[in-house]
Design a protein around this ligand. Structure first.
Ligand code: BTN
Length: 276
């Protein structure tokens, strides 16, 4: 199991993970300083006072949600680090599915639509229940044989929250609100960690996402459906055709051209709303 640092309250688990990792950078192999932390490790908080979301948004982090960050030193070139978001999105989705099947079987039979909204949201009954924020930090000096950077994958899962701020109400939900049963964060986190670490080992070995493409696409909410691609330069309509080996979304434009959509500043929406 990955070592865990657990807090009742912290500003942001992403920030804390980088702080702990900095302690690691001051450590030598022979002189282990107190507080020094070796990758991989996980920071888990019950509340965040400064939870961070994508594109500078805040992430509502009151008690009731699962908020954690995984710190890694991936042995992959730095331009591939963002692919870890895709690895995590699939791991979280599989973990949720396993949890719901094992612990909430009646509710799953009644209503449950779990899906990935590329690249980093997980959707339940057409509303967002998971967000992922991957951030990387280059080392000041690169050591021979090391990739020279660390990555924090921050994950927020809306497990047991009872309410959301007004502006989120039509697009976010918690699992408990949907199925009426409390989620055991500890077990869910264990499943997420297991699925992620397994896939991460394969990703480091193969340096590509080819191994998970098929499974990811079975869970992709917009597969073969019309989407709106919102880029800083404008918006266009296309049909989502899946992901490629780099984790980019492949879309077919109205003139038949296939294009790769990169995460970053781009948003993909269904034609009718946030998800579909
Ligand atoms: C998104 O905007 O969809 C990404 C949200 C990521 C939120 C998580 S909660 C745990 C970790 N700590 C943070 O401050 N952010 C991430």
């Amino acid at each position: 199991m990955v070592s865990r640092y657990i807090y009742d309250e912290i500003d942001s688990t992403n920030l804390e993970a980088f702080r702990l990792a900095k302690a690691e950078k001051t450590q030598t192999d022979t002189e282990s300083e107190e507080g020094a932390v070796k990758a991989p490790f996980l920071v888990w908080a019950k509340r965040q006072t400064d939870g961070r979301g994508r594109v500078g948004r805040k992430w509502q982090s009151d008690e009731g949600g699962l908020f954690f960050s995984l710190y890694l030193r991936p042995q992959v070139e730095v331009d591939k680090a963002s692919m870890l978001t895709v690895v995590m999105a699939l791991a979280v989705t599989k973990a949720l599915k396993k949890y719901l099947e094992e612990y909430v079987v009646w509710e799953v039979e009644r209503k449950c639509e779990l899906a990935i909204k590329w690249p980093n949201d997980v959707i339940f009954n057409r509303k967002k229940v998971v967000g992922i924020l991957t951030t990387l930090q280059m080392d000041e000096e690169r050591t021979e044989g090391d990739s020279g950077y660390g990555v924090v994958i921050g994950v927020g899962v809306n497990t047991n929250q009872k309410t959301f701020e007004d502006e989120l109400l039509d697009k976010a939900t918690s699992l408990r609100s949907e199925i009426g049963v409390s989620i055991l964060d500890e077990i869910l986190l264990k499943y997420i960690e297991e699925y992620f670490m397994q896939a991460y080992t394969t990703f480091e070995k193969e340096q590509s996402l080819a191994f998970l493409k098929e499974e990811y696409e079975t869970m992709l909410i917009n597969l073969n459906k019309q989407v709106r691609v919102l880029e800083p330069a404008g918006e266009y309509r296309a049909v989502a055709r899946g992901i490629n080996d780099k984790g980019h979304l492949v879309v077919e434009k109205e003139d038949g051209w296939l294009c790769e959509v990169y995460a970053g500043e781009v948003s993909v929406r269904g034609l009718y709303g946030y998800a579909d």
